[in-house]
Design a protein around this ligand. Structure first.
Ligand code: C2E
Ligand code: MG
Ligand code: MG
Length: 671
């Protein structure tokens, strides 16, 4: 029962109302003997007076006085008795009401010292429920002091609340039980109402409500998979953490964490393995944090660690490094073990943002940069990163439109037989004819197209244009050479590369020998079985397979042979070493002899000098491609190039045909 209810109940009992008749009757029954006695006395006195008057003739006023006094006393006594009766009745009703209440109610009277300070309280009344909270019955509790019922640890806290109630008249709060008494609830709702020099205290057990509230809070703030706090929790916590350090010289570090290549785990091992990995990752993150640090899961494979009040940025470096280290241990994922790297972006309050949202966004940007810088590392946020990201977002948006409008053109770069000087093929290299920026080189947009999946549409545009171009050259009566097309690993992921080539070659009636596919070494690192199947079917169409940028990845020659690759294009980083270091020549020599032994042709990419050409000729390298012969040129220049012989020898001197017009806008002049 609340204090308000209590007051209302009291009021009800003292206000005359309908239905009071029977109560009055009860009162009369109880007191009728006494009243009859007094009434009889009055009547006797009056009768006596009448007699006496007749006998001695005394004035009536003198003889009537005792009778009047008796009557007045009777009336006053009746009123007092009536009030006493009412008071008892109210108390009984009140007790009945409090005993029925689910609240523990007790009245505590203040005990003051000589200076008038309240030093303790004594329980003057209570209901049974109130006594039960202390594990005793009401009779035992009445008369006990608050100091007896509370341990020294919590007594000052309770006294402070009581004093506050005496001062303010009313205090309402929620109180955690301290298990000081056997029946003390875990949570209580407490109301303290001043009543003269005492306090009416109402306690209600709200443990169940609290448990329910806790459960609701948990559901809203906890990630179900990992049982870590979730994004909702973080958006509440981070602003508080910032507030705590705002006036100090401390910092808040936000570590934005993303598992490297998590998608691969989901794709190859299934979602339950992915979930298992996320659970284990959450455990590892928790294991390297100190008690005051916090980790939350934002969703997917993204986690955030908050270091709430660190002295300097070095503290965040230590934690980031610990996290990276703990992830070097492989994860047991049912089928075996897998190592999963982790990329971390760090932003610091107050340097990288004033609000929680900015800090999170900037840590995310820094994480993104850590990924692009090679993954499995941490990276602090720098303002220039935002600009780079904005530029990237702009390109991404423009690339969408460019694909819809097909703003792409193909340039072609010849490949020459090192021994005969014959043009043996051309490589198709895409350029973006940007309406404002002019010709944009592929390195500025291919990786974005790959990451966003736009490479599928772009790749198809290239395949179609290559087939179209070959058919136009053929219709012009030219002796067309094979054209190699760069195909991104992402296009192989989709598994329809073969179908695309087959469709467009059929439509333009292109002979399979006129189309070649260049794939980078990184592709060989994927699922070998699926890949080798797809490559086999492509090869069955009669299309040759070239390994692009060989030497930059980790593929082995035997792996390349197993995958039935026809040509090795050695990356220009190795060509540029020729003539400079002996290692360069040793490497090339080994590649050439091993590739030949495995039946593969070797192409040296990026040949820029005559000296490199001579060395490659001496090393028996089959073909060359590079600025020495020609830069990539527009399709319109290929017909004249097809009719030329390269590397003609006049009295020991290599002679080149007049250099074709180049796409100088794209490349710096050859040194
Ligand atoms: P890549 O396939 O290795 O192509 C050779 C790149 O080296 C070309 O750059 C070419 O211009 C450049 N190059 C050729 N000779 C020399 C030389 O002597 N010196 C120097 N410094 N560079 C030389 P480009 O055209 O900018 O293409 C860059 C990369 O973009 C290509 O490397 C290829 O990986 C990718 N790419 C180009 N077109 C396509 C395409 O249609 N699809 C896909 N997926 N990737 C493409
Ligand atoms: Mg290539
Ligand atoms: Mg290459």
């Amino acid at each position: 029962m609340s204090a308000n209810d209590l007051h209302k109940s009291l009021k009800r009992h003292v206000t005359p109302a309908a239905g009071h008749g029977p109560r009055r009757l009860r009162f009369l029954k109880k007191n009728s003997a006494m009243m009859l006695f007094w009434a009889f006395l009055c009547v006797a006195l009056i009768a006596f007076h009448v007699n006496e008057q007749r006998a001695d003739g005394l004035p009536a006023i003198v003889t009537l006085l005792p009778a009047l006094a008796a009557l007045t006393t009777t009336w006053m006594w009746s009123v007092r008795a009536w009030h006493r009766y009412k008071k008892n009745e109210i108390r009984d009703s009140y007790r009945m009401a409090t005993e029925c209440s689910i609240d523990g109610i007790s009245i505590l009277m203040a005990i003051n010292d000589k200076q008038g300070n309240t030093v303790d309280f004594v329980i003057s009344d209570c209901n049974n429920r109130g006594a039960l909270f202390y594990g005793v019955d009401a009779a035992t509790l009445i008369g006990m002091h608050l100091s007896e019922l509370t341990s020294a640890t919590y007594f000052p806290e309770k006294m402070a609340a009581m004093r506050k109630a005496l001062r303010l008249g009313y205090v309402e709060d929620e109180l955690r039980g301290h298990h000081e008494h056997p029946h003390e609830p875990e949570w209580m709702h407490r109301k303290l109402v001043r009543t003269g020099t005492g306090i009416a205290m109402t306690l209600r057990d709200i443990s169940e409500k609290k448990t329910h509230e806790r459960e609701l809070w948990r559901m809203a703030n906890e990630d179900r998979l990992t049982e870590l706090p979730n994004r909702n929790w973080l958006t509440g916590f981070l602003p508080d953490a910032i507030k705590q350090v705002r006036q100090t010289d401390r910092m808040v570090a936000v570590l934005f964490i993303d598992l490297d290549d998590f998608k691969d785990v989901n794709d190859t091992l299934g979602h339950s393995a992915g979930d298992e990995l996320l659970r284990m990752a959450a455990q590892r993150l928790k294991s390297v944090l100190r008690p005051g640090d916090h980790v939350a899961r934002l969703g997917g494979d993204e986690f955030t660690v908050i270091l709430a009040a660190i002295a300097d940025r070095h503290a965040s470096v230590l934690v980031a490094q610990r996290i990276i280290d703990v992830f070097t241990t492989p994860f047991e994922l049912g089928h075996g073990t897998d190592t999963v790297g982790i990329s971390i972006g760090i932003s610091l309050f107050p340097y990288d943002g004033d609000a929680a949202g900015d800090l999170l966004k900037n840590a995310d940007i820094a994480m993104y940069c850590a990924k692009t810088a090679g993954k499995n590392r941490y990276q602090f946020y720098e303002p220039r990163m935002s600009e780079a990201l904005k530029a990237r977002v702009d390109i991404e948006r423009a690339l969408h439109c460019a694909i819809e409008r097909n703003e792409f053109v193909l340039f072609y770069q010849p490949r020459i037989n090192t021994a005969t000087g014959q043009l043996v093929g051309v490589e198709a290299l895409v350029r973006w004819q940007h309406p404002e920026r002019g010709m944009v080189p592929p390195l500025e947009f291919i990786s974005i197209a790959e990451e966003t999946g736009m490479i599928l549409a772009l790749g198809e545009l290239v395949i179609e244009e290559v087939c179209n171009q070959i058919s136009r050259w053929r219709e012009a009566g030219l002796a067309v050479v094979p054209v190699s097309v760069n195909v991104s690993p992402k296009q192989f992921d989709k598994g329809n590369t073969k179908a695309l080539f087959a469709t467009h070659m059929l439509r333009h009636r292109i002979d399979a020998g006129l189309v070649e596919i260049e794939i980078t070494e990184s592709l060989m690192m994927g699922e070998e079985e699926e890949l080798s199947h797809e490559l086999r079917t492509i090869r069955a169409l009669g299309i040759k397979l070239l390994v692009d940028d060989f030497g930059t990845g980790y593929s082995s020659l035997s792996q390349l042979q197993r995958l039935a690759m026809d040509v090795l294009k050695v990356d220009r980083a190795f060509t540029s070493e020729l003539g400079k270091t002996t290692e360069g020549e040793v490497f090339f020599c080994a590649i050439v002899s091993m590739a030949h032994a495995l039946g593969m042709t070797v192409v040296a990419e990026g040949v820029e000098t005559v000296e490199q050409l001579r060395i490659l000729q001496a090393l028996n390298c089959d073909e060359i491609q590079g600025y020495l012969i020609s830069r990539p040129v527009p399709a319109s220049e290929i017909p004249s190039m097809l009719q030329q012989r390269y590397l003609q020898c006049h009295s020991g001197q290599i002679v080149f045909p007049a250099q074709a017009k180049t796409d100088i806008a794209l490349r710096p002049a050859t040194p």
